[in-house]
Ligand binder design. Structure first.
Ligand code: ADP
Ligand code: ASP
Ligand code: MG
Length: 322
């Protein structure tokens, strides 16, 4: 039987109604006889709220204690989802990061997964259970709780998928895939059907928060296809895998206020596109501080602020299509 890993982000598990939608998605796949491991984030803005609350108590909250606190958000989601699935008649069990065997290094708030002991997950799957794992957390060599950095539940999901040799890792979110630019900034952004790992790493490292940077590196290393989909519709998503298309511009991302990156395999040889970008910079009298080109990414840091209007114009002029 195939094993698949499903990850649901904070907006997908924000309240009881949304948890019901998530449970239905899980049940549909479970009934197709998959072994299912689910990774969940904290509900809605819980992590932000916990950070704020800690800061209210002390500006110098210890990193270790912050991790103990932040890891609770994901645990709430796992327990609620498991209670719901059990009530609906589908056997399930919630596991914290450490119960799921996730070992990390000692870097609080930005820990790196070093190994996963999958024995408990496998034992529960063998019993026919849907296994629900708290994302974003693990345990270090001192048996202290660590967290993986903001957005880190994606990395938990792909790391578990790699360790279990899963067929696919599905990342369910409030968007139905990876777009040519953030669809919440430009409404004419288009959904991409596929991206290579390298292209997605370039996008995430430049700030496209749709996927946690490190999860794609793990996916690439262990050859796990990552599929991003929406929790709230059944449209096809975006597949991130090692299939590489030559010479297509895929996506634009803005980082902070003054840096943009244009991503697409072979962009270094796409003279026409480089010209379009330079023309736009000249027309808008933007002052460049840094311009770098690599195989799949052009990044430009400006002295000025890059408005969403300029981003929109570059997006249109490059005619990113799929
Ligand atoms: P989750 O809570 O499910 O982990 P995130 O908020 O981390 O979801 O990521 C989804 C968000 O990523 C979207 O709402 C969107 O605003 C943002 N995003 C940024 N760049 C892109 C892009 N190129 N394609 C899709 N979404 C993007
Ligand atoms: N809850 C954590 C965060 O808000 C991890 C995650 O959502 O992936 O960053
Ligand atoms: Mg996220």
């Amino acid at each position: 039987m195939d094993t698949i890993v499903l990850k649901f982000g904070g907006s997908s598990v924000a309240d009881n109604e949304k948890l019901k939608i998530v449970a239905k998605k899980i049940i549909d796949l479970y009934e197709k006889h998959h072994n299912i491991v689910v990774v969940v984030s904290a509900q809605g803005k819980t992590t932000d709220k916990l950070i704020l609350e800690a800061k209210e108590i002390s500006e110098k909250a210890e990193d270790r204690e912050l991790d103990v606190l932040l890891s609770t958000g994901e645990q709430i989601s796992t327990a609620k989802l498991s209670i719901l699935l059990n009530k609906l008649g589908y056997p399930s069990i919630s596991l914290t990061g450490w119960q799921a065997g996730i070992c990390t290094n000692n870097t609080n708030q930005n820990a790196i997964i070093e190994c996963i002991d999958t024995s408990r997950i496998k034992k529960e799957l063998e019993k026919g259970k849907i296994v629900i794992v708290a994302g974003f957390q693990g345990i270090n060599e001192n048996l202290d709780i660590t967290t993986l950095g903001r957005g880190g539940s994606d990395t938990t999901a792909v790391a578990i998928a790699s360790a279990l040799n899963a067929k696919n890792c599905y990342i369910f979110s409030d968007v139905d895939g990876v777009y040519t630019t953030d669809p919440n900034i430009l409404e004419n952004a288009k959904k991409l059907s596929a991206l290579s790992y390298e292209e997605m790493i370039a996008l995430s490292s430049e700030g496209a928060k749709v996927l946690h940077n490190r999860c794609i590196e793990i996916g690439e290393k262990f050859k796990v296809p990552i599929i991003t989909k929406s929790t709230f519709n059944n449209k096809s998503g975006t597949v991130i895998s090692d299939i590489i298309e030559e010479n297509t511009i895929k996506s634009i991302v803005k980082k902070d206020v003054s840096r943009i990156s244009i991503v697409g395999n072979g962009i270094i040889r796409n003279i026409e596109s480089i010209k379009v970008i330079l023309d736009k910079i000249e027309k808008n009298k933007l002052e460049m501080l840094e311009f770098s080109v690599s195989e799949s990414k052009i990044s430009i840091t400006f002295k000025n602020q890059v408005t969403d209007e300029i981003l929109k114009e570059i997006h249109e002029d490059l005619r990113i299509t799929q």
